[in-house]
Ligand binder design. Structure first.
Ligand code: F6R
Length: 248
């Protein structure tokens, strides 16, 4: 699995934002859409800030960009502090010229008995624009990508999932206590993610070093769903030195 190690997350994030911008510009020149899969959380925030700067200062346009976010808590109101809809607006969508109809985020307000249909429709929407060109990922301490917790198979699709205890612990501060963290989420599946043509996974800091080692050097297994990325033909793992510290 190709790994690129940067001195720090700042340099790495700026480099990835520029590569993404080049891809968007290239697609725009060809008159084609650029279809991006996006992650929330702390790992991609600096990438989004740099994309906003490129939009404001260097004329990068998102008018030909279509986005699909990986996941959303369930249930979740879009205007809640912790919603991924709100997160994406704050870090990216409110500051660029993307068309609202081109933004897709799993809907945390769908009635429980309609989630299955919603998830199938989400996958259909991805297929309808020709699939995801460029998927940005983080990795959780459980080895999750999206919210595909341990036990998620390589063929899993967009669905409702029960969050791992460790994931809920990590989210506790955002929700002012673990008891307030939703027990479930809607997530793209591992199989959905693996269909993206290019995948870029970001991981920063010593807290990710152990799971990064398992992802890169461990046998592919559903106990660490990120290990399934090893099969992907065009994946890059982008690390700072602290996250790379345990690699042999
Ligand atoms: C978020 C997502 C998650 C996070 C992961 C790492 O949309 O899909 O897999 O990428 O939990 O989170 P951070 O970046 O906050 O360490």
């Amino acid at each position: 699995i190709p790994v690129r190690i940067f001195s720090d997350s700042e340099h790495a994030s700026v480099a990835i934002a520029r590569e993404l911008a080049d891809f968007i510009r290239h697609r725009t020149r060809e008159g084609r859409l650029a279809v991006l899969g996006l992650a929330t959380g702390s790992s991609p925030t600096r990438v989004y800030e740099e994309l906003v700067r490129l939009h404001r200062e260097e004329g990068l346009s998102f008018q030909n960009v279509v986005t699909f976010n990986l996941d959303e808590y369930f249930p979740m109101q879009p205007d809640s502090l912790q919603s991924y809809v709100r997160f994406m607006r704050e870090y990216l969508f409110d500051h660029i010229d993307i068309l609202p109809e081109n933004v897709h985020i799993p809907d945390g307000t769908v009635p429980a008995d309609q989630v299955g249909g919603f998830c199938r429709h989400y996958e259909e929407q991805i297929r309808a624009v020709g699939g995801i060109d460029w998927q940005l990922l983080g990795i959780g301490r459980t080895g999750h990508i999206g919210f595909n917790e341990p036990g998620s198979g390589a063929a899993s699709r967009t669905r409702l999932i029960t969050l791992d205890h460790i994931t809920r612990t990590d989210a506790a501060s955002d929700f002012y206590g673990e008891e307030n963290v939703p027990r479930r989420a809607i997530t793209m599946g591992v199989g959905t993610i693996l269909e993206a043509r290019n995948i870029v996974l970001l991981a920063w800091g010593e807290g990710k070093a152990a799971v990064v080692k398992r992802m890169v050097e461990g046998e592919p297994t559903d106990t660490v769903p990120a290990t399934y990325l090893q099969h992907h033909p065009a994946v890059q793992v982008i690390l700072d030195e602290a996250a790379a510290a345990e690699l042999s």
